[in-house]
Design a protein around this ligand. Structure first.
Ligand code: MRU
Length: 367
């Protein structure tokens, strides 16, 4: 993704090789600011406070967090502590646990004096694989957009929720990757961007990156999608996933489920885009089994924005004294999902569909 004419990944080793650079997403869309993570705690805070967010990017940041921890102390105890601290930052995105388990497995097999280098190499490999997988998701998803355009001869209207773009991954995004590739190939695409209260990832992040790439888009309030679908103004929905069960149930940002219900009622195809790292092969029933993060009530009661002079303010928008609840994710049952778009292709949101694309993973999980 290019910002001010320069290509950036969302996370990369700092030039001196002793830290990691991230984009502080809490400052977007008003300020594009890089921040340096130098310690395990910096990485844990960046994930918990959502300076970095989005399932794949959370996993990549956790992997680098272990590398930063190893630079101070590469003992067995320090490795276990790094995995514990980072693993406790956010509960829903399974990429976090996947990345930590992968790095821990790799390092545990090595002597402490070999761990620093191996940790950096593993974190970089996780990032490179993420970029590759997202690009492949983009290629498979862009085909669906091109088919719609070939049939309607009109711009394709895609509805998306939250931010499942470049900023949620290392590069490309998941749900946005097909859009970028279709747009770059000359397929006219317009995106309805759900603002995504309470953190406004749609309004602040998805709109920002679509704008930077030149993709036509319109930000809508979270409740507008059903109305637009009833009036034939949405051709297809693309969303991301924080955890997908082996049976095809999908946890994603709160509000995704309601969009899937509206899509089903209106015959609008509803696709979930995800890399293999987002699949939790140990789970079946997502509603019962996926842990849902409950975040601070302040994210609901307060909003931050820019005034006309360019100053940033945080204001209260809820009646003083009222309680607020903030479940951050919901689960869309597989029966509401038209298909899963993965780096290996498109499959039904079902045990059979996923096992067909991933016989290697499904078989190991069953054993
Ligand atoms: O709370 P967030 O901002 O980390 O939630 C992110 C999402 O729900 C994304 O849609 C999901 O991680 C898929 S991203 C490729």
């Amino acid at each position: 993704m290019k910002i001010h004419g320069r290509h950036y990944r969302t996370i990369f080793p700092a030039e001196d090789g002793e830290g990691v650079s991230i984009i502080d997403q809490t400052k977007l869309p008003f300020d594009f600011a890089l921040e340096r993570l130098a310690t395990l705690d910096d990485a844990a805070v960046a994930i918990r406070d959502m300076k970095v967010r989005g399932a794949p990017l959370i996993g990549a940041t956790a992997a680098y967090g272990v590398a930063l921890a190893m630079m101070r102390d590469a003992s067995d105890a320090a490795l276990a502590e790094a995995v514990r601290v980072l693993g406790a930052t956010r509960p829903t995105a399974v990429n976090l646990h996947w990345a930590l388990a992968r790095v821990e497995r790799r390092l545990a097999a090595l002597a402490p004096n070999q761990r620093i280098r191996a940790a950096w190499t593993e974190a970089e490999a996780i990032c490179d694989e993420d970029v590759e997988q997202n690009h492949a998701i983009g290629t498979h998803g862009a085909r669906l957009l091109a088919e719609i355009h070939a049939r309607t001869k009109k711009p394709v209207n895609v509805l998306t929720h939250c931010n499942a773009g470049w900023l949620a991954t290392v590069d490309w995004g998941t749900a946005m990757a097909p859009i970028y590739q279709a747009h770059d190939a000359g397929v006219p695409v317009h995106v309805w961007v759900d603002e995504t209260r309470p953190r406004n990832q749609g309004a602040a992040l998805t709109a920002y990156e679509l704008g930077a790439h030149g993709v036509p888009h319109t930000v809508i309030v979270d409740n507008a999608g059903g109305h637009l679908m009833q009036h034939g103004r949405v051709d297809i929905c693309f969303v991301g996933s924080d955890r997908t069960t082996a049976a095809g149930d999908v946890a994603n940002k709160i509000g995704t489920y309601l969009k899937a219900l509206a899509a089903k009622d209106n015959g609008v195809p509803f696709y979930v885009t995800l890399p293999v790292t987002t699949i939790d092969w140990t789970l079946g029933d997502g509603v019962a089994e996926i842990p849902i993060e409950e975040r601070s009530a302040r994210e609901v009661t307060h909003l931050t924005g820019e005034d006309e002079s360019g100053a940033i303010h945080t204001v209260r928008v809820v009646a003083p004294g009222s309680e607020a609840g903030n479940p951050a994710f919901d689960v869309t049952p597989a029966r509401l999902v038209t298909g899963l778009i993965t780096e290996r292709g498109v499959c039904a949101a079902s045990r059979e569909g996923l096992a067909g694309l991933y016989p290697d993973y499904a078989k190991t999980a069953a054993e």
